[in-house]
Design a protein around this ligand. Structure first.
Ligand SMILES: [Zn+2]
Length: 418
């Protein structure tokens, strides 16, 4: 039987990045979770259906976070004066090892998932830890929450402390187990997740590439985040032309759908491969600043027509709310613009697009309210003084800057309220 959902309210979303689509006081209809259309007047055939009327509130697509680490959730906001490699050694590895403890994993992942959903993220690409059991719990917790996610067991077989490192064999075995268990899941699905090139042997990367191809599983990792890291990759992989080449030659760069975090210092050859292989890059503005890696040249990449989404990068980023990442992306673009006026600042609609439809395209048709898209939505209630005096675009911008979970009064994933 068809499951029809009709919600009414002020609808705002982006089809293209440079402008908002606004439908005040309209109906949005989804059938079996897929958007059928937006109407000013309810079509006659739906006259007898129940309408969820949200009155003055406004309805936006759910947020899509393309890069975050569930196993770093407890360390948000800690060690923020360190640079990337020291921060990993001094904080992250020690915490991640604790996810071998199943009851610890359960408790922390529940808190993580509660916060993620509370803040409005309804789709996410998530790193677990090297622990297969711990990552299995993450799958289960997210399934229970009802959101959409790609979840990866982190692979790491060298250049990390002994207490967290795995053998290549263990790493592949755990990854394969999770792929076979979850590959046919509807919403929470596996993704191949080498932490990054420096903690992977060539053998591990090769075998992960083979798994990706065999099961047609997407890939996520980090690339070109930090100058020390890039130099390290050059020393560890002397036969590779550049950082991207390390992944590309092992079938981990667009051979299946691939999302790479950061990509701050990509050279011309690397950018050509990003474009040619249709790899999605994730801009993580908070962590760009927190671990002082540098600022992604976002405007340049957008001008090149690269596929870009936004990431909170918990816990290199300290806030899980994606509206805050949107704001930070705008702020960073202003800092860049003050030094390089040729790089135009990011507009509110562009930032919103990156955090909804831009990232959403990695999941298929999500992040917009166009016909045929999945109805993933947030219902926002703002202050009535603002609601009564300002237009929809101003109200949304205000929510992005100063709103939080207290303003989100309903969340829908594929037409079901969660
Ligand atoms: Zn990361």
């Amino acid at each position: 039987m068809e499951k029809i959902l009709i919600v009414k309210g002020n609808i705002i979303f982006t089809k293209v990045s440079n402008r908002f689509e606004c439908y005040e006081d309209h109906y949005i209809i989804s059938i079996n979770g897929i958007i059928e259309g937006i109407y000013k007047v309810l079509p006659q055939k739906y006259e007898n259906c129940t309408v969820k009327d949200y009155g003055e509130r406004f309805i936006i697509p759910g947020f899509v976070d393309l890069h975050l680490h569930a196993a770093q959730f407890l360390q948000c906001g800690m060690g923020m004066t360190k640079k990337l490699l020291d921060w990993l050694n001094d904080y992250t590895f020690d915490l991640e090892k604790q996810f071998q403890d199943v009851s610890f994993a359960k408790e922390v992942y529940k808190r993580f998932a509660d916060q993620l959903v509370a803040k409005g993220t309804l789709r996410a690409c998530i790193f677990g830890s090297t622990s297969t059991k711990g990552t299995e719990i993450l799958f289960e917790v997210l399934k229970e929450k009802g959101i959409g996610a790609y979840v990866g067991k982190v692979n790491m077989d060298r250049n990390a402390p002994d207490f967290i490192i795995e053998t290549t064999e263990e790493s592949i075995k755990g990854t394969k187990y999770l792929i076979e268990k979850y590959k046919d899941e509807k919403r929470v699905r596996p993704i191949i997740t080498p932490r990054f090139a420096p903690t992977s042997t060539e053998d591990l990367l090769q075998r992960l590439g083979e798994l990706a191809e065999k099961y047609n599983i997407p890939v996520q990792s980090h690339v070109s985040e930090n100058i020390d890291e890039i130099n390290w990759v050059g020393a560890l992989f002397p036969d590779s032309k550049n950082y991207v080449d390390v992944y590309d030659k092992h079938g981990l760069f667009g051979q299946t759908p691939t999302v790479m975090a950061h990509g701050i210092y990509l050279d011309k050859d690397e950018l050509n491969r990003v474009k040619r292989n249709k790899v999605t890059l994730t801009h993580c503005p908070d962590s760009n600043v927190n671990v002082r890696s540098g600022i992604m040249p976002l405007r340049k990449y957008l001008n090149m027509g690269l596929q870009i989404g936004l990431g909170s990068d918990i816990a290199g980023g300290h806030k899980i709310a994606l509206n805050e990442a949107m704001v930070r992306a705008i702020q960073l673009s202003k800092l860049v613009n003050m030094r390089k006026p040729e790089y135009e600042i990011l507009s509110a609609s562009e930032a919103f697009y990156l955090g909804t439809k831009g990232g959403g395209s990695f999941f298929g048709k999500t992040g917009s309210f166009e016909k045929g898209y999945l109805f993933d939505a947030l219902v926002i209630e703002d202050d009535e003084w603002i609601a009564n005096r300002y237009g929809l675009e101003d109200r949304l911008e205000s929510f992005l800057y100063i709103g939080d979970d207290r303003n989100i009064c309903a969340r829908y994933v594929e037409g079901c309220e969660i």
